[in-house]
Design a protein around this ligand. Structure first.
Ligand SMILES: Nc1nc2c(ncn2[C@@H]2O[C@H](COP(=O)(O)OP(=O)(O)OP(=O)(O)O)[C@@H](O)[C@H]2O)c(=O)[nH]1
Ligand SMILES: [Mg+2]
Length: 314
């Protein structure tokens, strides 16, 4: 039977048993939002196991997908079952021409992992709900870590960085790249820096720039008073060089979070952010409904707004 014909509880039941088509369908419903997505949230929430969530972000073309592709190969050798959420990838995973679509991307993950790409277009604001929803679904289905690839610019980044336990910021060698990352606000969210394309000239200059900026700025880990300083790793993602060490740095950050109460704090903040996003969505819908067909009736706009607000919050 097609998974499309299943009720939401049946679908989630199958997904939790590991049925890949059911998982894919469940993710589609989460991305669409609305009542089925809320129902899935209620059903998957009790099954979560606290998977480590790792954001991989950086400028377009920095090599995020290539790095993610290497991790997808490396992590199963450590006994892990990774899932990837690629948010609006403009280039296919691993950067090669072989991976044109989702089905073939999924082949790369093999039976051990799962790769999902989400378009940001047409989902204005929706990512704030669909990203945590998808992460929760992967976690409930036994995947971990969950890797989220996203281009580090604008609101998408804000929504996604908030969803991760550990954020990896990918920069490239070359004059000014670290400065650009700083300008884009990426320094503050970085828990681990990766200078990818280390096969190119200037990797050591970039490392020096980053060290200098870390000395001068208030980066996330130093900020929380635990004395954590984001390490700087070098990788050549196309050859897989440095990828194991990069993962060790990510794991070390996770251990740091667990040893301090930082993990709990981050997850509590993430929970609040998701609740706030859900509240905003509900409020916006209610507001749209009460504005529908509203016409001037002699009362001032301030009075109309106050009266509507009283109704909405009643
Ligand atoms: N020389 C070199 N090229 C690399 C390396 N890693 C990635 N590339 C190449 O850089 C290009 C971009 O790589 P992607 O992995 O698609 O980069 P991305 O950050 O995912 O890009 P977007 O998703 O478009 O933002 C591809 O042509 C890769 O083959 C590396 O370590 N060295
Ligand atoms: Mg990419």
């Amino acid at each position: 039977m097609s998974v499309k014909k299943l009720s939401v509880p049946e679908l989630v039941g199958r997904a939790l048993e590991g049925d890949r088509r059911a998982i894919g369908r469940m993710l589609t419903l989460i991305e669409r939002g609305g009542e089925p997505a809320d129902e899935i949230t209620d059903l998957t929430h009790p099954a979560t196991k606290g998977a480590h969530v790792v954001g991989i972000t950086g400028a377009p073309g920095a090599g995020k997908s290539t790095l993610t592709g290497q991790l997808i190969r490396h992590l199963p050798t450590l006994g892990l079952k990774p899932a990837v959420l690629a948010v609006d990838p403009s280039s296919p995973l691993t950067g090669g021409a072989i991976l044109g679509d989702r089905v073939r991307m999924d082949d790369v993950a093999g039976d051990g992992g799962f790769i999902r790409s989400v378009a940001t277009r047409g989902y204005a604001g929706g990512l704030a709900l669909s990203v945590p929803g998808s992460v929760r679904a992967f976690d409930a289905c036994g995947f971990g870590p969950v890797l989220i690839e996203t281009v580090g610019v604008g609101q998408v980044e804000v929504d996604v960085a908030g969803a991760a336990d550990t954020t990896v910021v990918v920069v490239n060698p070359g004059w000014g790249d670290a400065v650009q990352a700083n300008k884009a606000g990426l320094l503050e969210v970085a828990d681990v820096f990766v200078i990818n394309k280390a096969d190119r000239d200037g990797a050591n200059d970039t490392r020096r720039d980053l060290e200098l900026m870390l000395d001068l700025s208030h980066v996330s880990g130093l900020e929380d008073g635990t004395g954590y300083r984001p390490p700087i790793l070098m990788t050549t993602a196309t050859d897989g060089l440095g990828v194991e060490a990069m993962w060790e740095a990510v794991t070390a950050h996770q251990a740091h979070l667990e040893a301090t109460s930082a993990l709990e704090r981050r997850r509590a903040a993430r929970f609040r952010y998701e609740v706030a996003s859900r509240l905003t969505t509900r409020m916006e819908r209610s507001i749209a409904r009460s504005l529908d067909g509203l016409t001037p009736d002699g009362r001032s706009p301030a009075t109309v707004a106050a009266d509507l607000a009283a109704d909405l919050l009643a």
